[in-house]
Design a protein around this ligand. Sequence first.
Ligand code: PLP
Length: 466
Amino acid sequence: MEGMDHSELQRAAKDHLWLHFSQHGRYVGDGPEHDVPIMVRGEGVYLYDSRGKRYLDGLAGLFVSQLGHGRRELAEAAAEQAGTLAFMPLWSYAHPPAIELADKIASYAPGDLNRVFFTSGGGEAVESAWKLAKDYFKRVGKPLKHKVVSRAIAYHGTTHGALSITGLPSLKQQFEPLVPSTFRVPNTNLYRAPAGTAGADGTDAAAFGRWAADQIEVAILDEGPDTVAAVFLEPVQNAGGCFPPPPGYFQRVREICDAYDVLLVSDEVICAYGRLGSMFGAEAIGYQPDIITSAKGLTSGYAPLGAMIASDKLFEPFATGSAMFAHGYTFGGHPVSTAVGLRNMQIFEDEQVLQGVQDRAPALRATLERLLDLPIVGDVRGEGFFYGIELVKDKATKESFTAEECERILYGFVSKRLYEEGLYCRADDRGDPVIQLSPPLVCTQEHFDEMEQILRSVLDKAHSLI
Ligand code: PLP
């Protein structure tokens, strides 16, 4: 079948495609400035658009493409499985790729997280984790436990449950009323730690971590420990621009969760599968969750798949008799997706992808930290292959942009210009204005340098627009 050419694609995209989280008004009108960006091909760490222009994929698609683009082995794993058994649900039946991938994931997962519940993506994994937490406590005689604590500005997905756990009021207001019973605590933004929480000079990370973790205890006590089921935290929070946990933070959170019998859910939709240099973020940072939610990098994006990984303790009430977790998705654990996930994990092992991230992460950090000499760059923060660069109006006072400046400078200039200069990444003002970087795990120094050079030239010019 003959595909559409560039102008036919533009017309059809504008007339019929509904983009996610997108202002369609930007695409109204003729001329290249109103074009929908259309990517047609990927090769290694580069993407190519419908005009043939090349972009460095600085975001791994959307924190997804761990192994980069155009890997034949992954495409072949999908084709082979589609030709063998294209579909079978996991509703009372099983199939080899789901069984083998569950076995593989359980072998990597920390501690006794041995039970894998597949979904189609990350939001469904979060949704599943909350439902499991509620169901579990009903079965062990604590039926009041149902509430969830999560952090300000954290993003956990868009389905009603996951959106309720999300800490971004602007994403929620159009969809209220949402699922009740979720509560927010402060996140671990050390750069903007409230006065007095990070020592006298605002740089005592351990003191800040203790304070931030203790806010979880405050929330649990305020709500009543008998009613709180779970705390949902990312190892490194994405929204807001990469907030790593201060030292001791997760150890204290674990203590609090144990003290009040609250489940610790590690939302690793971004941080799992190598992003922080380990198979799981909890392992990279050193804590033991009760549940891990994951998706994205599990298949490097060659097929959609998510996984909720639960501890033996949580599975126990469902293990015998007529008990059933009455929950599932038609496409959760799809044979093609799980076959791709298995092949992806095999490549991780064969090519020592985790070791590669660990080896090259310090160089990525050092390369991005060079940008701190620019007056507009307030903070460079992150872990592994996962970074946020916070832009400020005034470095000395850390004054941020106004809403008008965000629109004009962040979206009107920085975002557009980075793209024009050939860097695909993301400008975000869900917290303070940041540029998010999360390149494929196979990137090397030449790609780090290319990112830094494009960022430097664009951010330098952006400063003159303030
Ligand atoms: N949780 C986290 C931490 C995420 O970053 C995301 C998506 O970016 C989700 C959940 C939702 O995942 P999905 O878009 O696959 O539903």
